[in-house]
Design a protein around this ligand. Structure first.
Ligand SMILES: Cc1ncc(COP(=O)(O)O)c(C=O)c1O
Length: 428
């Protein structure tokens, strides 16, 4: 880390000079959005699954491999110093983005899923026993469900769930009987990928801490779409993935409170995560590298830097405002279509831009396939939240989800496509 950062400044694009929020101008920064699906322009409404990448991110990845490629933290040559500096600059920038946490507290992982697995394995195995309780909610993604089910199987700890009401909002009425004195961890999503619901994480965090529990927030759907301050929500752990916020795939983050991370055993063992190794002995590196065994996704981290620049140049408040408008418009337009049922809160303040819906007569998979034939990309299925979708009395929903480059015109295309689907499937 002797040299100045270069990766963070690789091709920081014209967006920094562009004030204001103009989806049309933004669209021009995303090469894939000029693509055609058959003869139709692409209307990309699957942003909760992954977002598209701006030119600056694509160029940073390209440029890294062209001019800087070297392993990090090990070399004494120029390329290694540059790539190490750029990699660590991406970490610093990300730490700032989630509320100014210390770089030592931010572990670079593959994705949100891996981040939760690190907590369940390294913290969970050490701290959770038979008779303890793990509290989740009924709206969790499998990423924040299956690691805890596995831990419960292994340890005999019980699982308890904060229920949802008919609007898809957490029902906190009996929270004191759910977050009990034997609760060791409360782990929940800040925003549901199915219902769009934004959860009151500050309030639940206070209750969790009052019960002596550790508090994990899954930010996979919130970090990309709203201002996030991990300190304000007093989370002990916070996880998210770069690919859902303009960044490359294969890179994610685990924020952990320093004293808790220090008390945990490593998750993976090998190079990079050690301080000293002898034939019969090894001890561990300091944070954050103690949890980063092996060669990390260097290009991914360096490619994420301009993604954060891009989001920062727009401002997370502006992004949230833009998506609120889009979501309100989508709910209005979809509500006009016969047979469509929309899930999750209708109140725009308490939800984000993942809008799940079903059609009384047309299966979600048929809807998605039909819309694809019109160039419109939505998601259909259980969205990796099988228990939640089952709780809604369904096997699948269709889901449209929005991001910075979407416009009302995309929603008009979606509404027109759904009306056409109604006619196509013989109801016209
Ligand atoms: C709420 C939520 N949590 C966790 C994840 C897992 O993210 P990843 O697949 O990037 O690990 C997702 C992905 O859709 C999600 O929506």
């Amino acid at each position: 880390m002797k040299s100045e950062n270069t990766g963070g400044t690789i091709l920081r694009e014209k967006r920094e000079a562009t004030a204001g929020f103009d989806p049309e101008a933004i669209m021009a920064d995303f090469p894939i959005l000029t693509r055609k699906i058959g003869s139709n322009k692409l209307v990309y409404l699957d942003n909760a699954a992954t977002t598209q990448k701006p030119t600056s991110v694509i160029e940073a990845l390209n440029s890294y491999y062209r001019v800087m490629n070297a392993n990090v933290h090990r070399g004494l040559h120029t390329l290694a110093e540059e790539s190490t500096a750029a990699f660590e600059e991406a970490r610093r920038k990300t730490a700032l983005f989630i509320g100014g946490v210390k770089s030592e507290e931010l572990i670079i992982t593959r994705n949100a899923t891996e981040s939760i697995n690190i907590v369940a394995a390294s913290w969970g195995r050490k701290n959770i026993r038979r008779g303890d309780r793990i509290v989740l909610t009924e709206m969790e993604h499998h990423a924040n469900l299956v690691p805890w089910i596995a831990l419960s199987k292994e340890t005999g700890a019980e699982l308890a769930y904060i229920p949802i009401d008919s609007q898809g909002v957490l029902d906190l009425e009996n929270i004191d009987s759910i977050i009990t004195d034997n609760t060791k961890i409360v782990s929940l999503t800040q925003m549901s990928n199915v219902l769009g619901t934004i959860n009151p994480v500050e309030e639940i965090g206070r209750i969790a801490h009052a019960a002596g529990a550790v508090f994990l927030v899954d930010g996979a759907q919130s970090a990309p779409h709203m201002p996030v301050n991990v300190k304000a929500m007093d989370a002990d752990f916070y996880v998210f993935s770069a690919h859902k916020m303009l960044g490359p795939t294969g890179i994610g983050f685990l924020y952990g409170r320093e004293n808790i991370l220090n008390s945990m055993e490593p998750f993976l063992y090998g190079g990079e995560m050690i301080r000293e190794v002898r034939y019969d002995y090894a001890d561990w590196n300091i944070l954050p590298w103690k949890f980063e065994a092996g060669t990390p996704n260097i290009a991914g981290a360096i490619g994420f830097s301009p993604a954060l620049d891009y989001l920062n140049s727009l401002g997370m408040e502006s992004i949230r405002d833009h998506e609120k408008k889009l979501t309100a418009y989508a709910i209005e337009r979809l509500s006009e279509i016969k047979g469509i049922m929309i899930y999750g809160p209708k109140d725009i303040e308490s939800r984000g831009g993942a809008v799940s819906f079903t059609h009384g007569e047309i299966h979600p998979h048929d809807l998605a396939t039909f819309l694809d034939s019109r160039g419109i990309a939505i998601r259909a299925g259980h969205h990796c939240a099988q228990p939640l979708v089952k709780k809604l009395g369904l096997n699948a929903t269709a889901r449209a989800s929005f991001y910075i480059y979407n416009t009302n015109s995309d929603i008009d295309d979606l509404a027109a496509g759904l009306a056409e689907a109604w006619r196509y499937f013989g109801h016209g």
